[in-house]
Design a protein around this ligand. Structure first.
Ligand code: ATP
Ligand code: MN
Length: 457
């Protein structure tokens, strides 16, 4: 159907006075005997186009005034009665699809909880359409950032045989039902599609390292899967993961890339989605825009894990989880550090080796590794990264200490055998990042169809 985008009608001043055809859904309608006003959206812009129908000249199908109906309208673009934009003086309005009165998305604001029960329709609200426009702009900006800094985009496998970090967190991939006739698990898996146990990848990092050791700088941007039984507002079973890996980089350079990338993407969102950001400022988080401008303009804080523990011990707050050197930081601790103390993003660095993964670079102190988590107000951790252990002997020792199956990591160990080099990288939870820039408080509200424990719609 030949038509032009509503975004173009609203923005392109050269269209004033000319005749155009638009298509869209009616968001609201005001109807009187003499005149009707239809507000149309076609998804191309946050702002809607007002279509003015002079009912003395034009017979209007009453179905065209129902919220949710889809219509096409032809008319002359004129300066809006209010504001700077444009509106359409209709010469014809044709119904494309009617929308009955039980349409759940009415003008009145409903709750996010309710909207979660209708994931196929909730995108039609202001809130969700704004979230997904921002999500798209942010994803594009991530690709642009890496491309401009000569990172190659690699596609790591989603089906994997290595149970890397995610002990117990991996979804199995199988084509066969359980059959009690098998003598052992091993025999069972031998009969399976791949001839061994396989699952959905929790991270593309190990394969990303393979690529970085040849291409220098790489990143992945795709789904990761975690069967973690944590029913929180920041965990999904399927989430989008951005994982750069940088050859010849040590921890400070890894952090530099993380900070630069975040600032780049935040700037892009502020510039490219002004109407959406105004909306979020009003309806989801007061002060959101100031928060994001501050991100772009100031530097992130850096805090040694050991100092973080001291700070938490001195805190005048009763934490649910006790704090001792060696403990993992819980969300409540992360939030205290970033919301109460620093009030901005904080890189916590050099964690105890016991609570971090085998592949992280062992520091000279013998008790910490060169790892970093980036914590942000409102969410907690959005990035986990590290310098990787490049010394084959130290890596082997760390794996043995954890009782890992070395045979399964032969290829990974080869990276240290053949031309090992310092390198590092991080993983950004893209959905958490979208929460951060939109002010949405539940990760289920920034993905189309969230997958969480006991929930797949
Ligand atoms: P958390 O402690 O919050 O569960 P993690 O330490 O297990 O996260 P990492 O393995 O470091 O997470 O993964 C890197 C990033 O991926 C995290 O910082 C986070 O932003 C994101 N992430 C991890 N697990 C999930 C999940 N289940 N849902 C959404 N994002 C996730
Ligand atoms: Mn982490």
């Amino acid at each position: 159907m030949k038509h032009i985008d509503i975004a173009a009608v609203l923005q392109d001043k050269t269209l004033l006075g000319s005749k155009v055809t638009v298509c869209g859904w009616v968001r609201t309608a005001r109807d009187s005997a003499a005149v009707a006003f239809l507000e149309l959206t076609d998804g191309t812009s946050f702002t809607r186009l007002q279509v003015v129908v002079d009912k003395e000249k034009l017979a209007l199908d009453p179905e065209c005034t129902k919220c949710g109906a889809s219509v096409t309208a032809t008319g002359i673009v004129v300066r809006a009665f209010k504001g700077e934009g444009a509106e359409l003086n209709a010469e014809s309005v044709t119904l494309l699809g009617k929308c009955p009165g039980d349409y759940p998305i009415q003008k009145k604001r409903t709750t996010l909880d309710f909207l979660r029960t209708i994931p196929h329709l909730r995108l039609r609200t202001n809130t969700f359409s704004a979230v997904f426009r921002v999500r798209s702009v942010a994803a594009q900006a991530i690709h642009r950032y890496f491309h401009a800094h000569r990172f190659y985009y690699v596609h790591t496998p989603l089906i994997t045989a290595s149970d890397c970090e995610g002990a117990g967190e991996m979804f199995r991939v199988t084509t066969q039902p359980w059959n009690a006739g098998y003598e052992s698990e091993e025999e069972y898996f031998r009969e399976d599609f791949f001839g061994r146990k396989a699952g959905l990848s929790v991270s593309g990092q190990l394969e990303g390292e393979v690529a970085a050791m040849a291409l220098g700088r790489i990143y992945t941007f795709g789904p990761s899967f975690r069967a973690e039984n944590s029913n929180t507002t920041r965990h999904l079973a399927e989430f989008w993961h951005v994982e750069p890996e940088i050859a010849f980089a040590q921890l400070p350079e890894v952090m530099e890339v993380a900070e630069e990338m975040i600032k780049y993407v935040v700037r892009a969102v502020l510039e490219e989605c002004p109407a959406e950001m105004d909306f979020f400022e009003r309806f989801t988080e007061k002060g959101l825009k100031d928060k994001l401008h501050n991100i772009v303009e100031s530097s992130f804080a850096v805090l040694e894990y050991t100092d973080a523990i001291e700070l938490l011990k001195k805190a005048d707050v009763k934490f649910q989880f006790p704090v001792e050197w060696g403990c993992d930081l819980q969300t409540e601790h992360e939030k205290y550090i970033t919301e109460q103390v620093y009030k901005k993003p904080v890189f916590v660095i050099n964690y105890p080796k016991e609570i971090k993964s085998f592949y992280m670079k062992q520091n000279a102190d013998g008790r910490t590794v060169a790892a970093t988590d980036l914590l942000v107000p409102g969410i907690g951790e959005i990035i986990g990264g590290s310098e990787r252990e490049a010394d084959p002997d130290k890596l082997l020792a760390a794996m043995q200490a954890r009782g890992m199956d070395l045979a399964a990591y032969e290829q990974y160990l080869d990276l240290r055998k053949f031309g090992t080099a310092p390198h590092g990288g991080f993983g950004l939870g893209f959905d958490r990042f979208v929460m951060y820039v939109t002010g949405m408080e539940n990760i289920r509200d920034v993905v189309l169809f969230p997958r969480t424990v006991k929930n797949i719609m």
